[in-house]
Design a binder for this molecule. Structure first.
Ligand code: PGA
Length: 260
């Protein structure tokens, strides 16, 4: 696992957007797995700026969703489908035809989960999966004690996650209890995992993910099992890492030909 400590969220966004731009230059129709929440927004802003300001062509990129609320009406502005279309797909000049995600309003949620897991594989698999991390260590919506081999399925949110996400809704009661999430086993099939964490509130979860044991109680620790996982953290999110100096030295000495 590579740990990159950046000065701030904007620098993290720029670093990861550059990696995505490199990927799309190598593989124009790459399947990019995107995350929602506040943390990845600087990535999407930096990538959209590259599309506007350089000759980067993202017109063949494909975008897929990591997780989704269950039970919000179709088109609800806080459904993750709406959020990804608004924050990623449209700013990149793409349309819904470039996008795939699970149907959180399906009558048969189990079938929708199974179908999405199959669709990701049929699309050739995810080339680069962006991840945030919950204060409770979740990735996607894989809450603590999710199976490390789990597939896309329905999960119940912890109260902590519902409270964390209440800022996107009028009040806590509106935050759904249930979600669809790519499983940890599904996430681990992506070719490159890139987790961005910023702010002091993520420092404990980051330390457990990077320096703790692999454990279902910290779902993000499953990244330790992946051959190409990159964890990008700002100084505040890195503040509880015992090996922070080593990670800084490693980054400083990184060969110029090697990307994240
Ligand atoms: P946040 O969410 O970026 O809004 O903190 C992260 C997550 O829950 O994965």
């Amino acid at each position: 696992m590579e740990i990159v400590i950046v000065p701030d969220a904007a620098a993290g966004g720029e670093l990861i957007a550059t990696a995505i731009a490199d990927l799309l230059t190598r593989k124009p129709d790459a399947l990019l797995g995107v995350a929602t929440g506040s943390t990845p927004l600087p990535i999407y802003e930096a990538l959209a700026a590259k599309v506007r300001g350089t000759d980067l062509d993202v017109s063949r990129a494909r975008i897929c969703q990591l997780d989704e609320y269950v039970g919000l009406p179709k088109g609800h502005p806080e459904s993750y489908r709406s959020v990804v279309l608004r924050e990623v797909v449209e700013p990149l000049g793409l349309t819904e035809s470039s996008f795939m995600g699970p149907d959180g309003s399906a009558d048969d949620i189990a079938a929708a989960c199974f179908a999405y897991d199959r669709a990701l594989a049929a699309a050739g698999g995810v080339d680069l999966q962006l991840l945030g991390i919950g204060t409770d260590g979740h990735i996607g919506f894989n809450e603590p004690c999710s199976s490390l081999a789990s597939r896309t399925r329905i999960k119940t949110l912890t109260e902590r996650t519902r409270v964390d996400n209440a800022r996107f809704f009028d009040n806590l009661d509106e935050v759904p209890h249930h979600v669809i999430t790519q499983g940890i086993g599904t996430i681990l099939e992506a070719r490159h995992l890139v987790l961005l964490a910023t702010g002091e509130g993520k420092a404990d979860a980051v330390a457990l993910t990077v320096e703790g044991p692999v454990s279902a109680v910290v779902p993000a620790s499953a990244l330790q099992l992946h051959p190409h996982a990159t964890v990008v953290v700002d100084e505040a999110a890195a503040s509880r890492l015992k090996l922070a100096d080593y990670f800084r030295a490693t980054w400083a000495a990184k060969p110029s030909w090697q990307s994240i």
